[in-house]
Design a protein around this ligand. Structure first.
Ligand code: HEM
Length: 331
């Protein structure tokens, strides 16, 4: 009797062990096949709406990549950036890095509405952001990657953390690196992901300081090519015109390539946070040179670092929800 009891216990442990292992693996982690059975058309829906939006306006690709980044750096990739303000919660859209700057929200809502029609209550807004960032990269000429999926959406947002955790264009190199390290990203991710400034725009207000008085001494940034600086001063004056737009990579602004890194070698990075990657740290300088030399190496590392960024503290399993519309938590 005792022997058969032992056998029974042993048998049940062995029988259920693989299940326990699977459930631990699959509830805590993201994986690309997450919607294979529940919404197999999810990736096609996202791709076709992103393609339409980018065909209407090429810059949208850049804007969508950036929204995913600004989502992930604030308490993880949980769609928190998409929430509008409520009486008790100010939206991250109002933070310094996002106000009058972050864009693309209506494209995300359009994708989400299409998904709700086809597979109601299944695909999270946080996953839509991750897929849209990948599709945007590919549409502009970057390499593709498999997007791990299964994120849930947050039921809150943090304006305070959006201000604190998203890097600023006048941050020094050590501060930039520490903001990446805080998210579990390293110097390779910092340099490779900054390479997304190979497309898109920045406003005059984001780099004006470099043109006039970088260190409060009435001198332009000495790490900025002076003929490029005077060209920029023409449409980014000492005051006013804050919202005037400039290409982050003014050599090939509509191509996802390594020309951003070549610009840094020529002291033609637009933002101070771009140029310091080449001028402030030896390891980072070597990475800039490597990516400037080899487009393929950059594109591969960019894809790998995007997967890493997309894995920052996701809500999974029973944590979080699948929002019905991305700008509002479910009631
Ligand atoms: C390293 C720290 C970073 C800083 C300080 C920074 C800062 C900025 C600033 C100031 C702008 C222009 C915003 C404006 O003037 O309206 C910008 C644009 C952009 N950023 Fe970054 N960024 C950083 C890293 C990243 C990363 C990691 C990504 C994506 C993975 C990214 C993607 C973009 C894109 C695509 C744009 C253009 C957006 C558009 O045209 O709508 N940036 N960034």
């Amino acid at each position: 009797m005792a022997r058969s009891m032992t056998f029974l216990i042993l048998f049940s442990i062995l029988a259920f062990a693989p299940m326990c292992y699977c459930s631990r693996t699959f509830s805590g982690h993201l994986y690309p096949q997450y919607y294979d059975y529940t919404c197999p058309q999810a990736e096609d829906v996202v791709r076709s709406i992103v393609a339409k939006a980018v065909a209407r306006e090429a810059r949208m690709a850049a804007s969508l990549i950036r929204v995913h980044f600004h989502d992930c750096f604030v308490q993880g990739c949980d769609g928190s950036i998409l929430l509008d303000s409520t009486g008790t919660m100010p939206s991250e859209k109002r933070s310094n890095p996002n106000r009058k700057s972050a864009r693309g929200f209506e494209v995300i809502e359009e994708i989400k509405a299409a998904l709700e029609e086809q597979c109601p209550h299944t695909v999270s807004c946080a996953d839509v952001l991750a897929l849209a960032a990948r599709d945007s990269t590919v549409l502009m000429g970057g390499r593709s990657w498999e997007v791990p999926l299964g994120r849930k959406d947050s039921r809150g947002a943090s304006l305070t953390l959006s201000n604190l955790d998203i890097p600023a264009p006048n941050d020094t190199f050590p501060i930039l690196l520490s903001k990446f390290n805080r998210q579990g990203l390293d110097i390779i991710d910092l340099v490779a992901l900054s390479g997304s400034h190979t497309i898109g725009n920045a406003r005059c207000t984001s780099f004006r300081q470099r043109l006039y008085t970088q260190s409060g001494d009435n001198q332009p940034d000495s790490m900025l090519d002076q003929s490029y600086a005077s060209q920029l001063r023409a449409t980014c004056p000492r005051s006013g015109s804050d919202q005037n737009l400039f290409f982050l990579d003014n050599v090939t602004p509509a191509a996802f390539d390594n020309s951003y890194f070549k610009n840094l070698l020529a002291y033609r990075g637009l933002l101070s946070s771009d140029q310091v990657l080449f001028t402030s740290n030896e390891q980072s300088m070597e990475l800039v040179k490597k990516y400037a030399e080899d487009n393929e190496v950059f594109l591969q590392q960019f894809a790998a670092s995007m997967v890493k960024m997309g894995n920052i503290s996701p809500l999974t399993g029973s944590r979080g929800e699948i929002r019905k519309i991305c700008r509002k938590i479910n009631s």
